[in-house]
Each structure stands twice: as C-alpha cells, then as structure tokens.
Write a new protein. Structure first.
Length: 689
C-alpha cells in the first residue's frame, strides 16, 4: 500500500501547487492560502519521497522503479541514493527541493513586514498592485507554484516512480555501478539544490514584471523599483555555492572513479551544470551593482531568466535521450518533447513579460552617476566575458545535436574546441580580478588608485619572471600559457589580500567583502591547479608483471600481485603496488577492477597517493596475457597541484555562502516610525565583487 499512498500524495501535492499558484497570482493575492497550499505540497512530496526510500530499504520488487535500481545486496547508503539514481526518483527529488526552496523564499520574503506597524497602508490591497512584501512574497510563490505544477504533472503523466509490477520480481537489477560511490551519492542532491534554486530569482523577476508598484524596501521604508534586489541576492549566491560544490564533487568523482585520471571531460551533461554556474556568477556581480548603484536593471532580468532556462535545458539534455553519457538518466523521446514544451512555455512567457513591462525593473530614482574607469565598468566587462564563455559552451554542446537532428552528419565537439576558445576568455577574467578590488564604486581613477595599479603592473612583471624561473628549475621547462596563468593568479591573490588588509585597518570587512575576498582567492587557487595539471601532467600506459618496477615522477612504483576478493555486492581483482619516494617510507597502493552484481560492466577503482602539490595515480587496466596473475596494462599518472582545483572550487562556494549570510540581507521586520536610512552611495555601497 505504500506506493499507492505515495502516488496519492503526489496527486494531492499537484492540487496544492495549483492552489498555491492561483492564490499567489490572482488579482487579489491570498498570502495565507498560498502558504498553506505550499505547506501541503512540501509535506506531500516529502512523505512520498520517504515512502519511495522505504520501498528500496524493504526490497519491494513489486515497484518497477525499485526493480530497475534496487538489489537485495545493495549497502544501505546506496539503497538510499538509489532513490535519485534513476530518472523518476531524481525528478521526485527535484520537485521536493523546489518545494523546499519555495518554502524558504516565502518565509524569507514574508518576514519583512510586521502587523504591529503603525502604517496600515502597508497591508491595504489594490487590484493587482503590490502593497506589502507579503503581497510580493505571495506573487513569487504563485510563479514558483506554476513551476511545481508543471514538474509534478510531468512526473505523474510520464515518470511515475510508483508504478507496480505484477507479479513482483524476485530480484532487482541493482543500481548503476558508476553511481555506487559516496561521492555520487551526494553529487546529485547538491547539484539539484543549485539547479532548482535558480527558480527563485526567476520567480522574483517575473513578480516584479507582472505586477506594478513598489511599496517598501526590506526595512519598511519607501523605496524605488529596486527594493527587491537585496532579497534576491541570497537566492543567487546560495544556489551558486551549491552548484560549485556539486560540480567539484562530480569532478572529483570522475577523477578517481573512472580510471582515466581526468577531472573534466566537457561532456554535454557536465556543460549543462557549468552554464547556469556561469550565468549565476554574472548575476551575483550584477546585483552588487544593482543594489549599490541602481544600475544594470535589464541585466538582472535577463540573467535571472537565463539561469533558470539553462537549468531546464540541463534537465532536457539529461532526460530526453538526445545525448549518450554516463550521466544521462533516460532515453524516452516523449519526455524530451514534454520538457521542450515546458522550456518554450516558460521562456516565451518570461520574455513576453520582459518585453512588455521591462521598464518596471528600472529604479525611478535613476542610476547614480558613475565614471568610466569605475568598479561598475569592471563588473560589466566581467559579465560580458562570463556570457561569452556561456555562449561558447552552449554552442559547443548544442551544435552537434542540431546537426544530428537535421540529418546533416555527426560531429564530435570535445576538449580541443572548448580549451582553445575558452582559454583567452578565462585569462581575461583572471586579469580583471586584480585591479577590480582597488577600483571604487562610481569614481574614476585618481592619484592613489593609479599608484596602486602601477604597483600591480610591476608586481605582475615580477611574478612572470618568478614563475618562469620556478618552472624552469623544478619542472624542466617553462610553458608560456602556464607562466602567464601563474603570474595572473599570484597577482590576483596578492591584490586581494592587500585590499583586505587595507579594509581591515580602516574598520573591518563586511560579510559581502569577506565573501568577495574568499571567492577571488578561490579563483586564483583554481587557476593554479588547472594550469599546472594541464601543462605538466604526465600520463602513460605501461606493461607491468608482478615484481616489475616503473619510475613515476621522482618515485618508483613496484607491482607486487593481483589478488581476488569479495565486496558486499561485487567481486574484485585488487592490484597491489608499492610506491617508494625519496626520503619517505614505502606506501602501499591498491587499484581494483570490480564486477558488480547485476552488471556486466567492469568498474575501475584507482589508487592515488594524494598530496598538496601533486598526485601520483595508478589505475589497473586489463590482463595482457589472459591470466590475472600475469602482465597487466597499468595506467600511471603524475598530476601536479591537482588538489588545488577542488580547493579553489570549495573556496569559491564558501565565499558565496559567507556573502549570502550578510546581516543586511536577513529578514527584518518593519518598525513604526523608524527613521529612514541613508541612501547607498559611493562610500557605503558594499558589493559582493
């Protein structure tokens, strides 16, 4: 009865989402009804999700989805992660996270007014116009309800995870072996927290476009059309942080699990998560200018709409069957048609509202005056470069699909295209990060700023010389692109630290400033890791028999033996190696070839000697003479500064999270007759970047 109960709860959640949408978007908004309906929707999807998990734990093989992805011998962790290990269950997680984001947005926006205020007109209603933040929050919930309606209908009509199989199967087919890993157990939920979080800025922009009026800012004071910008920033920074960690976790998994030693393959599904990340980064910087300077209003709308559309595009790529990938969930074209219709409906509706009411985004007070060589200009250049990067990735991802769909031939667009086209954009972005921290909001370059910029230029030249000499001495040769990247990364780190120290001496850093410092340092660390791995990584396939040795960097790798053993739900051949490095005791490494129950596809478990400045990587290939105890093909790799790639990504995510927690973005109840705060100006604007 559990699957039938869960199915019924999903139907009730769909009805609740319809009520939520109607209550939020009706001419006379019904905030209380919208929140009650959202609570029912969240409760229904959460309980349905738990019941699906109970079916996996109980090995209920009368449920088709459990048969497809479950098995009696699966460890408990993978029985739980199997809930989102396939198409239907991952969609259920998607709508659950959407309901959770909606609840957070409703609570965050709804707490910005208080019924104890002495200004009764805050709660007066007029036809279709905002008259309180409660009205605004209900409008946002209304648009989020529309997204929930579409996704719940998609599940119930095409992707029901609670379909029965009668008679029940004796055993399940087990979870995809690629997904039986702790990293992949956490990777999808983190990505979905980022993907789905883009729906909140999208709904906020639509609420501003669809309904006129600008009642109060977050403190209850009269404001212009940008009063909602502060409320949006946490809902941009937090999804971006989740996406950063989710992408980094997937990259880390691909590095140690696939046995190829790569950490990014420019797979279409990888690109699908990277594109919203780029647009959210541009939106986060745009909101910094929007909040402090009242500029770039149209960028705000276009980027918020674009981020959500790219998230839906990723949903389509993964689930439509148009691509073949280890990350793809489904191959049913009917689902792809449904998703294409969904994308078209949301895109046309959003752009129609923008075309008709785009002027509502412009603050009636107008932008504050600015100079050409100001921080606003640098942010605009940053946005242009990020959008160029996103367009480049989008073209490389969709162009082969378009050619194939039009029967014009099949082509493969891989790393050579992406690396060649994106490298100049990446270096220009990196070059912007050093001077931008010293530029001021609204003001041009005066004497002190010129001296600092000249100092940065001199430091860059010294960094070039130092990087060249260091690479010549320790890596046997300097490669120009690596030298340039290291010098830029060094000067970015130095400029950011010096600026942070100067701000600290003036009175301390705000949370957004701390976030900017941490995130920019993360970009520098990431750049060093990418440059060193790409420039000096070494990969070889060698033939080794038990007792043979092979040099690996300045160490010696000895192949001892291959030994079979049985895991909880797999059989494995474990290759035992000894790694001897100068001045260190010998270290044992074990690389495996696994065959999982219910799958004929062998899996590789690499052995890696982790280090801060290098990884030494060993992966067991195939036996070369037909015997597991004879010679084997072994892949050995030297990856300098590989850790820095993921450390940089984590620092970027941490910086965004710190900035999102700023006190001025927290909900604040209005107080009657509170004195109005000063206008945000050149000296008080605290941008995230």
């Amino acid at each position: 009865m559990l699957p039938e109960l869960a199915h019924l709860l999903l139907i009730l959640a769909l009805l609740a989402a319809c009520a939520q949408s109607w209550a939020g978007l009706a001419p006379q908004a019904q905030p209380r009804l919208a929140r009650v309906a959202l609570a029912w929707q969240l409760g229904g999807t959460a309980v349905a999700f738990v019941l699906l998990g109970a079916s996996f734990v109980q090995n209920d093989f009368s449920v088709v989805y459990v048969v497809q992805h479950g098995h009696t011998d699966l460890p408990l962790l993978y029985k739980i992660s199997a809930i989102w290990g396939g198409h239907e269950g991952s969609l259920l997680l998607w709508v659950l996270i959407l309901a959770a984001w909606s609840a957070l947005a409703g609570r965050w926006l709804g707490r910005n007014t208080s019924k104890t205020t002495a200004e009764p007109h805050l709660f007066a209603r007029t036809n279709g116009r905002f008259s309180s933040e409660n009205d605004f929050s209900s409008r946002v919930l209304g648009f989020l309800g529309l997204v929930s309606v579409a996704m719940l209908a998609f599940i119930l009509l095409t992707s029901n995870p609670f379909m029965r199989l009668l008679p029940a199967a004796d055993e399940g087919q087990s979870l995809n072996p690629l997904l039986q890993d702790p990293g992949l157990a956490l990777h999808p939920p983190l990505l979905y927290l980022g993907y789905v979080g883009t729906a909140v800025p999208f709904a906020m922009v639509l609420a501003v476009l669809a309904y006129p009026g600008a009642p109060r800012d977050m403190g209850g004071h009269a404001a212009g059309a940008s009063w909602w910008v502060k409320a949006m920033r946490p809902f941009v920074l937090l999804p971006w942080a989740f996406l950063s960690v989710g992408i980094a976790l997937g990259s880390w998994w691909a590095y140690y699990e696939l046995g190829w030693g790569g950490w990014w393959f420019w797979d279409p599904v990888e690109n699908a998560s990277f594109m919203p990340w780029l647009v959210l980064a541009a939106l986060a910087h745009t909101l910094a200018v929007r909040e402090g300077r009242r500029a770039l209003p149209h960028w705000t709308a276009v980027l918020a709409i674009g981020a959500f559309m790219l998230s839906l595009l990723g949903l389509f790529l993964v689930r439509s069957g148009v691509i073949t990938s280890v990350h793809a969930f489904a191959t049913d074209p009917r689902r792809g048609v449904f998703l294409l219709g969904l994308i078209a409906a949301f895109l046309l509706g959003a752009m129609g509202l923008y075309a008709r009411h785009g002027q509502r985004l412009v603050d009636e007070r107008g932008p504050l005056p600015t100079a050409l060589a100001s921080r606003e200009t640098a942010v605009l250049l940053n946005n242009l470069l990020l959008i160029v990067a996103c367009a480049t990735v989008l073209l490389g991802t969709l162009y082969p699909l378009a050619l194939d769909a039009l029967r014009l031939g099949k082509i493969s667009v891989g790393p050579p295209y992406f690396e060649a086209v994106l490298a100049p954009v990446y270096l220009l972005l990196l070059a912007l990060l050093a001077p931008v921290v010293w530029l001021r909001w609204g003001a041009g370059v005066d004497g002190p700023i010129k001296r600092r910029l000249m100092g940065l230029a001199a430091g860059f030249v010294l960094a070039l010389v130092a990087a060249w000499a260091w690479l010549e001495v320790f890596y046997g040769g300097a490669r120009p692109l690596v030298v340039l990247t290291l010098a830029l990364a060094f000067i970015v780190g130095a400029a950011t630290k010096l600026w942070a120290w100067a701000q600290w001496r003036k009175g301390g850093l705000t949370a957004p400033q701390w976030g900017m410092v941490i995130a920019h340092l993360g970009v520098a660390v990431f750049a060093i890791g990418v440059a060193m791995v790409g420039g000096y990584g070494v990969e070889r396939d060698v033939r080794l028999a038990p007792g043979d040795a092979h040099p690996l960097a300045d160490c010696t790798l000895r192949f001892d033996k291959v030994q079979p053993y049985r895991g909880p739900n797999f059989m494995a051949l474990a290759g035992h190696f000894k790694l001897q490095c100068p001045g260190e005791p010998a270290r044992a490494l074990v690389a495996e070839k696994r065959n999982y129950v219910g799958s004929s596809m062998p899996m590789t478990e690499s052995a890696i000697r982790w280090g801060l400045t290098r990884d030494l990587y060993v992966a067991l290939g195939e036996p070369l003479d037909g015997s597991p105890h004879g010679a084997w093909s072994v892949r050995v790799q030297h990856k300098p500064f590989m850790r820095w790639v993921w450390i940089g990504a984590v620092l970027m995510a941490l910086g965004a999270a710190v900035a999102a927690g700023a006190r001025r973005y927290r909900p604040r109840r209005a107080v009657a007759h509170e004195p109005q705060r000063a206008e945000v100006g050149v000296q008080t604007a605290q941008g995230w970047s």
